[in-house]
Design a protein. Structure first.
Length: 108
C-alpha cells in the first residue's frame, strides 16, 4: 500500500507548477513565444469586467505588455503608458485588443 501512496504523491508533484528560481521576485508565468517571465518587478492589474482578458501587466522600461487572454499570457511590444491607459479605459477591452493591440503590437 505504501508504494501506491508514494506513486500517487509523485504524480501529484509532477502536476504542480515549478517554484520560481532562487532570486526571482514574485510570480513566474509562461508567455507565448517567450517562455517563463517573472512578474515580480512588473505592474499587473486584475481585470474583472472582460470575458476575454483576466490580467494585464505592463513593463514601462521595455514598453512591453503581457495580457492574460483566455488563460494564456501573450506579449505585446511598443505599448507605452498612454496606449495602456486607453486599453484600460476602453468600453470593451476585448474589442480594443482585437482592433488596436493585436494588429499593431504583437511581438515578433
Amino acid at each position: 500500500m505504501s508504494a501506491l501512496v508514494a506513486m500517487w504523491m509523485m504524480w501529484l508533484a509532477a502536476l504542480a507548477p515549478p517554484p520560481p528560481a532562487v532570486g526571482d521576485a514574485g510570480e513566474v508565468v509562461m508567455v507565448e513565444g517567450r517562455g517563463p517571465v517573472a512578474l515580480g518587478a512588473i505592474d499587473c492589474v486584475t481585470i474583472t469586467r472582460s470575458a476575454t482578458l483576466t490580467r494585464l501587466c505592463h513593463d514601462p522600461d521595455r514598453s512591453l505588455a503581457y495580457a492574460e487572454v483566455v488563460g494564456r499570457f501573450r506579449p505585446f511590444c511598443d505599448v507605452d503608458r498612454s496606449l495602456l491607459d486607453a486599453w484600460l479605459a476602453a468600453p470593451s477591452m476585448g474589442r480594443f485588443l482585437a482592433d488596436r493591440i493585436e494588429p499593431a503590437h504583437r511581438c515578433t
